[in-house]
Design a protein around this ligand. Structure first.
Ligand SMILES: Cc1ncc(C[n+]2csc(CCOP(=O)(O)OP(=O)(O)O)c2C)c(N)n1
Ligand SMILES: CC(=O)[C@@H](O)[C@H](O)COP(=O)(O)O
Ligand SMILES: [Mg+2]
Length: 648
């Protein structure tokens, strides 16, 4: 590590000679592999952009010049070269470096990201800010071929290409999203590989024309047109040129002899420019090159073998949800599945094996995925859209405007609901209860365990309207499973435990911890009822009100934001009923962005474990007893005759 350890900022990199770069890149790869095999992370994407990052930092004058990393899951080399090498071992851990770019972390991180497709828009915003402020610096956005399929990227290119502002987009094309990239844009980019064919053909056409004596203008025109057509059919650059970008490339993104001079030229060009760079995901680590999908975002693994360091003890909620979906799809031919570039993450690859003709991967295009589903539903199909909670945020209007207003039977499998751990702020599924429960017609369900999950899958898919079922990241609990999924009554919760002092009304993964808390409270003589609400909407107000009327305190628990979420729904129901004499508390995520860290640790921090619920209930109950005692005492004192009256 003799080169890397002396780099504390890009200025140190500039002191190296380009001949030393291959050795430096090897050291960087070594460092990334050491840390990621230990803590997990986005290995394959990062190993693919080592040379590109070195070249950019070498030629640009950051932080004055701005680099925007789209999604920013590929920014590890960037972190290592911009003063964060010594903290790099803390990557993705609680209190450690983020796995993504964070402005709070470094001046070299120009824009926070984690969701794909924001880079071009943000970077072009910086271009226009530069113009407004009369500044002189370069703005470069690095965007992947996967993110190129995102609507926002195309919106950004459309805007920027319509101007003549100096702006550089580097398209890092590794032919992969998380899995193989899909769709027309990806096919278009893949024709890069026939670029050689285009060059040869152009040469041959030229030779042919030169051989024709006294070539007329008309013939020349026809020839040029033929060439343009050939370009349109074969050369990827034409798409970008038509969008107003000068196109350069494709070039080998691992070869400094290509990278440095081309980038140097591109940085001097005026107006919007797109440089197309071809890279390989996982380069330098055979296991990641062989299986870039698994190594896209991997848990800790054994470096020598490339196998996970820990074996999963039980199936994940994800896989059990899709198992149930497969069973339901066997019974109903109208059921189709839709993923937005997340076939593996959402477990739909299992569905694809059984129903290869009934699954659609639309690319990183959540908005399209939802409206596409609505279109299918409008024609009698039963589409199931499987998305991570955090990515559904992007399709809010499509949920409201295209699905719910028409009461269309689209099911949303909301994966990664709640705390997702190491990906942190941009990826926690904190808001789905809050942004779905106010949508008319929408069913919002969250099971307490995997058995209930399979039943809710059936409930939602067979429901004749929009419905969502939300489940957590991670392994299931290991509860006994019923042989078949069965539809549950929509809007009905279950009373898991009777109680006369306190009611704990919980939803989703917080239900079993609530039960544990109740057991502990019982040992101390506090009688706690536990309601598994099952549905945030329609809320089982009847059960909740009935339970509330028997107790003096009520606590709600959810792994979601408190503001406008499940607890708010319960409080609204109590208020509607005119119940005002109850002490209440909402346990959930606070009004700030939740940091990265292991799920257990974060759950503890936000009071979502059995202990957390127990402590909250005890404090609330203790306060209510104290208040009641004080009130009793006051009324007792009030009823005593005054000294004067006693005639003293
Ligand atoms: C809006 C959104 N949807 C889905 C994802 C999940 N996701 C993370 S990285 C990734 C693939 C990105 O592919 P690409 O842009 O080509 O970058 P690469 O990892 O290949 O460098 C996806 C789908 C996301 N981050 N954001
Ligand atoms: C999908 C995405 O954004 C990934 O890059 C993420 O890091 C994956 O995490 P999971 O392990 O939850 O699928
Ligand atoms: Mg890619």
């Amino acid at each position: 590590m003799s080169l890397l350890k002396n780099i504390h900022s890009p200025a140190d990199l500039k002191r190296l000679s380009p001949e030393q770069f291959p050795e430096l890149c090897q050291e960087i790869r070594e460092q990334i592999l050491t840390v990621v095999s230990n803590v997990g992370g986005h290995l394959a994407s990062n190993l693919g952009v080592v040379e590109l990052t070195v070249a950019l930092q070498y030629l640009l004058d950051t932080p004055k010049d701005k680099i925007v990393w789209d999604t920013s899951n590929q920014a590890y080399t960037h972190k290592l070269l911009t003063g964060r090498r010594e903290q790099f071992h803390t990557l993705r851990q609680y209190g450690g470096l983020s796995g993504f770019c964070k402005r709070e972390e470094s001046v070299y991180d120009t824009f926070n990201a984690g969701h794909a497709g924001t880079g071009v828009s943000a970077a072009f915003g910086m271009v226009e800010a530069r113009e407004q402020r009369n500044e002189k610096h370069k703005v470069v956005c690095v965007v992947g071929d996967g993110a190129m399929t995102a609507g926002m990227t195309l919106e950004g290119l459309h805007h920027a290409g319509g101007t003549n502002k100096d702006f550089i987009v580097v398209l890092n094309d590794n032919q992969m999203s998380i899995s193989k990239n899909v769709g027309a844009i990806s096919a278009y980019l893949n024709r890069t590989f026939t670029g050689e064919f285009y060059a040869r053909m152009r040469e041959e056409t030229g030779q042919l024309l030169r051989k024709i004596p006294h070539i007329g203008l008309e013939v020349q025109k026809i020839a040029r047109r033929a060439e343009e057509l050939a370009k349109g059919a074969i050369l990827p650059g034409l798409l970008f040129e038509e969008l107003g970008f000068q196109y350069a490339g494709p070039i080998d993104g691992h070869n400094f002899e290509h990278l440095l001079p081309t980038l140097e030229n591109v940085l001097k060009m005026k107006g919007p420019v797109l440089l197309h760079v071809i890279t390989k995901k996982g380069l330098g680590y055979q296991a990641a090159m062989d299986n870039p999908v698994w190594f896209h975002a991997c848990p800790p693994f054994v470096r020598e073998t490339g196998v996970p360091a820990k074996k999963a003890v039980r199936p994940s909620y994800t896989s059990l949800a899709i198992d149930a979906l497969i069973k339901v799809a066997h019974q109903d031919k109208r059921v189709v599945a839709i993923t937005a570039a997340m076939c593996e993450g959402t477990g739909l690859n299992a569905f694809e094996k059984v129903f290869p003709d009934r699954i659609y991967d639309v690319g990183i295009a959540e908005q399209h995925a939802v409206t596409f589903a609505a279109g299918m539903a409008a024609q009698g199909m039963k589409p199931v859209v499987a998305l991570y909670s955090t990515f559904l945020q992007r399709a809010y209007d499509q949920v409201v405007h295209d699905v719910a207003t028409q009461n269309l039977p689209v099911t949303f499998c909301i994966d990664r609901g709640g705390l997702v751990a190491e990906d942190g702020t941009t990826h926690h599924g904190a808001f789905d209860f809050a942004f779905l429960r106010h949508v008319p017609n929408m069913v919002v369900a969250a099971p307490k365990d995997e058995n209930e999950l399979q039943h809710m899958m059936k409930t939602c898919v067979t429901h004749d309207g929009p419905a969502s079922v939300r489940y957590a990241r991670g392994v299931s609990l290991g509860v006994p499973m019923d042989p078949e999924p069965t539809a549950l009554p929509i809007g009905k919760g279950e009373l898991l435990r009777e109680g006369t002092d306190v009611a704990i009304v919980a939803i989703g993964v917080t239900v079993w911890p609530a039960m544990k808390a109740a057991e502990r409270l019982a040992q101390e003589g506090i009688s706690a009822a536990v309601v598994n609400a099952r549905f945030v909407k329609p809320l089982d107000t009847e059960l909740i009100i009935k339970t509330a009327k028997n107790v003096r305190c009520l606590v709600t628990v959810e792994e979601g934001c408190k503001m406008g979420g499940f607890g708010s729904a319960v409080l609204e129901a109590l208020s509607e009923e005119g119940i005002t004499n109850l002490r209440t508390k909402v346990i959930g995520l606070p009004d700030w962005y939740i940091e990265q860290g292991p799920q257990d640790l974060l759950r503890e921090r936000y009071g979502l474990t059995a202990d957390g619920i127990y402590n909250n209930v005890k404090a609330l109950f203790g306060a209510s007893v104290a208040t009641d005692d004080a009130a009793r005492l006051a009324s007792l004192v009030g009823s005593l005759p005054h000294g004067d009256e006693q005639g003293s």
